[in-house]
Write a protein that binds this ligand. Structure first.
Ligand SMILES: Cc1cc2nc3c(=O)[nH]c(=O)nc-3n(C[C@H](O)[C@H](O)[C@H](O)COP(=O)(O)O)c2cc1C
Length: 172
């Protein structure tokens, strides 16, 4: 049961729009989890962070991983987000999903807006979550689609469209 602070925090976080990512790693095959608690931390060295629930199936694996990738989802990838959030029946999360292996070997999901590949720099205790700091070893913007955004417990996107397309635009 939530106390007053916890339910207030959840309610407030619902009105804070967040981009949606899938954090992937390779460990006896491709693995991934939907994560919106992503942010950049430092430019020198280049660090980013994600916060992973200790109760999630991938927690121990990610905490012990050498590397992981942060796939920024595009607005046509709601079903990808649902799949990696365990909201669909998909037994094997990568089944039927196109992906390639990045420089660290972590899965790069086809159609993602951008991908950051990281080596695990440090992991911190964060209450019922672990805060994983990754050192970015590769950063790629892959296309000019609109981003997937989570707001008011629903998927949405931005009005703004990137134009012209970035030079690194790749059609998968
Ligand atoms: C939009 C969205 C954002 C999420 N962000 C996070 C997050 O930042 N950290 C986290 O641990 N779980 C997050 N989750 C929940 C996990 O994706 C979900 O609990 C997990 O994949 C369940 O998998 P499991 O049943 O295999 O543990 C998010 C879910 C959604 C739909």
């Amino acid at each position: 049961m939530d106390n007053e602070i916890q339910s207030g925090l959840k309610q407030a976080m619902r009105v804070y729009p967040q981009g949606v990512t899938v954090v992937t790693t390779d460990s006896n095959g491709p693995k991934g989890i939907t994560v919106s608690s992503f942010t950049s931390v430092s430019l020198d060295p280049p660090l980013v962070m994600v916060s992973i629930a200790k109760g999630s199936a991938l927690h121990d694996l990610l905490r012990g991983a050498k590397s992981f990738a942060v796939n920024f989802l595009a607005d046509d990838q709601k079903s990808v987000s649902d799949r990696f959030a365990g909201r669909t029946q998909a037994k094997e999360k990568f089944e039927g999903l196109k992906f390639s292996k990045g420089v660290t070997g972590s899965p790069v999901i086809s159609g993602a807006r951008a991908v950051l590949e990281c080596t695990l720099w440090k992991a911190y205790e964060g209450g019922d979550h672990s805060v994983l700091i990754g050192e970015v070893v590769s950063a790629k913007t892959l296309n000019s689609k609109r981003p997937l955004v989570y707001y008011l417990q629903q998927y949405t996107t931005t009005e703004q469209v990137e134009y012209p397309a970035p030079p690194s635009d790749i059609v998968w």
